[in-house]
Every structure is written in structure tokens, then in C-alpha cells.
Ligand binder design. Sequence first.
Ligand code: AGP
Length: 615
Amino acid sequence: MCGIVGYIGHRDAYPIILNGLKRLEYRGYDSAGVALYDGTGIQMAKTKGKVADLEAKVNAEITPNGSLGIGHTRWATHGVPNDINSHPHYSNSGDLVIIHNGIIENYGSIKKELINRGYTFKSDTDTEVLVNLIEEIKKKEKVKLGKAVQIALNNVVGAYAIAVFDRNKPDEIVVAKLGSPLAIGIGENEFFVASDATPFIEFTNNAIYLEDEEMAIIRLKKGVKVRKIKDDSLVDPYIQELKLNIEQIEKGGYDHFMLKEIYEQPEVIKDTYRGRLLAKQGIIKMAGLEENMSKFVNANRIIIIACGTSWHAGLVAEYIFEEWARIPVEVEYASEFRYRNPIITDKDVVIAISQSGETADTLAAIKLAKQKGALVYGVCNVVGSTISRETHSGSYTHAGPEIGVASTKAFTTQITVLTMIALRLADVKGTMSKSDYMMHLRELEMIPDLVAAALKSEDKIKEIAKIFKDASNFLYLGRGYNFPVALEGALKLKEISYIHAEGYPAAEMKHGPIALIDEQMPVVVIAVNSNHYEKVVSNIEEIKARKGKIIAVVTEGDTVVKELADYVMEVPATPESLSPLVTTIPLQLLSYHIAVMLDKNVDQPRNLAKSVTVE
Ligand code: AGP
């Protein structure tokens, strides 16, 4: 997710854009740029790095004059972070400049067609393709910028929030939205466009939030005309009067980034499989995997290396890979792996999972695996991060920046990527019937709706949090696919509420931990419909017999566990192999609300950093 800002009005555009980008840096911060119309032409400066680096570059390279401009702070999806791939992007003629937040999935075919028509490209981005498609249509159809944008967007597939202007018509900006947010600030003879209202809230609290598949032509003298992209029909926009302050807007109206990111999961899981999972056609396409297919298919085993939550995602993947692709999997703490002398050969494939792509232990483990001849495949969230560059290949999770130190959307999007890899391998290896393969593709496509349904239990979960917030210890139990979820739930509680919690395989209770059970010990049990259901029910009965307090995660409509447990948190029925993507949701919310009620610093818990770049 990137941050976009635009201005057209009577003030100097640059200070407004620069300040706006600083406010949007939470949305993406690997490169930044600005384009200004200075009365005669366009001045542009852009750079890899943060907005502060852009400011230095502007001071060194251009004279930032003019009352029309656009700016961008990037979270790379296509093309690594560098100066050339930073936004804004010119069209070939230099007449148009564009900024874009989103992904154009079919940019490859459009780029080929434009190259055939003589266009050249400086960057690897989908955005530069889009601005030249708009230019080609504008020239060929002899239409105005707004019409050219409308036609172009009817030919692209993907998600976008764009702002584009023409140096030959410096009294207008054209914007459009599908899948990424775009707000228009309405001032006195001035207009603002941005990913959210933080860049303009100090100038006006009147805003139009474009709906999906809407565009707007913003003219200084004529105001804002909102149209439907599909048929160019006019829309009567609703002008909101905003009452949020800047901090609330950055967090999307949520109290903390962590809660915002918990609620982003339905959308970002879609972003993770966007353009990669084509369920109807029975296709999974992940370039990195395809390029290394023979290594994966002929691997003796897959070794997964990671830390913390990413290690838990690896444990889930172990169940999926072994059940579906029938490839032996070992999951290793990177911090341990790096100091052993592990037996690795070139017949092994190592998958390194890391949200930040900067975790020192994981990086060291990667280097060791490479030295020993294994193919090392990265599953990272930060494009161009050290781990993404150090691994031989990989797949990004496209979860957008995760600001909260406690990983939430990173976990579910990592599992989504790993599930797609396992499914593709099962299909190539023939270890899964075509009908099961097609079924699992459709099931995976349904997950965002099931996650959204699980989020609806938040109020109930808040009630449970209130009852147990003062407990000194928690136990988290799960079986099978949900054993790693029990570990993850315990980690979430520990790291943000500072309450001690342990995750265990439910069946392990009788080998010792059951001695811990008494009426002071809340036990969270993941007891959703699964092959282990009856066994989990008997584990619950064992705990009940020792007066343990039971908080169960159950499938909606469950009546058996509901009778036994003290409290239940319901999730929709989910196929067992995909259930971690859904059962983790109530555990994220439970830990979040307990931490808030204990007045902890949820987004920056004590002693923790978002990325552990030291040993
Ligand atoms: C999880 O909530 C923590 N933030 C932490 O365990 C994290 O998962 C771990 O440090 C690994 O980070 P990475 O995914 O960026 O490599």
C-alpha cells in the first residue's frame, strides 16, 4: 500500500504535498517522489528512501514552485525500490505524470502492446505502463485526459488509486479508484487528493471518498465532477464533514495500528492472492515458484526457517505441505539453525519466512543454507528487503506495511502464500486429485469472507477479555493444523499484555501441563470442527474436571463444546486445512482487548522491536 497526495489551488503545492507525504509514510516508505507544474513545465524529483530523502533531493535538484502537483510515498509491489521505480512517472511525451497506489495485474500484456507501438520504458513498474496507456489512448482517440483515463481503466485489471495531470492543461487533476483508498479534500478554490484525509485535514474537513470504479475530474474553476469509470455516467458525490483528528485518520479510525491491521486481513489476503489465484481457471501462478519448480518437485525435503510468528506460519505450512504435496518438511527456529551444523544438500529446498525481511537470525540461517547448496526461497512482506534480495527467489505476501509490532496480517498472508505454493506443488506432482485441487482453490478464495465473519465476534470477545484480563497465566491448546495457532495465540497475548501464556498440543496436557490446571488458569482451546474434534472435547472434559476455566474457539452452531466451555468464541465453518487463517482471528482480538484493558502500549510493547535486526 502506498501513499498518494495531490494539490491544485492557490497555494504553493510543494509544502502541502511534502507534509502530506510525511503523514502518509505509515502507508509505505521505501521511496518517494513529487512532480510540480511550475507555470511552464513539470519539475520532478524522486528517490529511493524516505520522504526526508526526497526533501533533500528536491532542495538539491529542483525549484519547487507551482500550485499544481502530485506526490507519492511507495510500498513496492512491482520493481524493487530505487530512484527509477519511484513515483511519479512520466508518459513518453513528458506531457503526463501519474502516481498510483495499487497493482495493475495485466500490465505485462499492455506493456508489450505499447512497446510494439514504439513506447519505451525506464522503470519496471506497472504504473509507467498505465500512464503510457493513457497517453496512447489520448493521442489515438483524440480525447481529453479524463476520457482517456476512463477508457484506459476499462482495459486494466487490478487495484488502483491514481492521480494524473497534463502539463498542457494545468488547471485539472484526474483521479480514479478501485480497491485502494482515495479521498478528495474540498477547499476554498483549492482541492486536495490523498490516500486518506491526513494531508489535508488542517485545510478542510470537507471530503469526498471515491467509491470503487469511480473517477473524478477536478478543475480549479469548475470543481469536482465524479463519474463512473464503467460508463462515464455522472455521480452525485456525498461530501462528508470529517470529525477525525490526524492520528485517528492514520489508524483508519481504529485506536491502534494493530486493530487496523487485524481488520485489514480480509482485504490483504485478497491482495496476497490477487493475480496469482485464478480459481475458476484452476490456475495458481507465482513466478518465483515456477522458475524453481523442478527443485521443489524433486526436493528430498523442505526446511522452513523463521522466527516468532513467522515460525508459527511455518508450522502451519508443515501440515499443509506434507498432507497435500507429500514433501517432508522440517520447521526450524532460524536462531537455532544458524548455530548448528545442519545436514543440508542441494536436494533440499529452504523456505525463509519473514515479514520485515530484516531479521538477523533468519538472514544468517539463509546464508548458511546457501553455503550448503540448498535453493533458498523467501516469503517476505517488504519488497527489496535484505532477505528478499539474499534468497535465490521468493514470493511477496503483499500485506502492506505492518506497523503494529505484534504480527497479525503478516501471519495470515504468509499462510496464504504457503498454501498456494503447496497447492501448486500438489497439482504438479499429482499428489492431489484435480477435483480436490479445484475444491481447495475455491475454498482459499472464500477465506477473506470467512475472516470477515470471524471479526464480527469482536464485541463478544471483548466481554471475555474483561473477565480474564487480570489472570496471571494462560494456556492455549490446539491439535493438528491448530496446534501452531495455539502457539501463535499465546505469543500474541504474551507480547502485548505481558501475561505469561503457553501454547501446547492439546494431547500433550496429560504429559505434565495438566498439573497446572486450577480455577485460576484460563485455558483457550481451539475446538473447531475437525478430525480431532472428539479428542479435543475429551481434553476439555479433563480440564473441566480440574476446575480449569475454558475459553473455546468453536465452529458456529457448535452445541457440544458450548455446553462444556465457560465461554466460546465462534468462527464460521472452515475447511480444516485452511482453518488457521480463521481460528487465529479471535485469538488476535482477545489478546488485543486484554492488552488495551491493561492499558499497555499495544503498537509498541515494551522490550520489543518490529524487526529484530540484532542477534
Ligand atoms: C510476532 O508478533 C513478533 N512481532 C515477532 O515474533 C516476529 O514475528 C519475529 O520477530 C519475526 O519477524 P519477521 O517475520 O519480520 O522475520
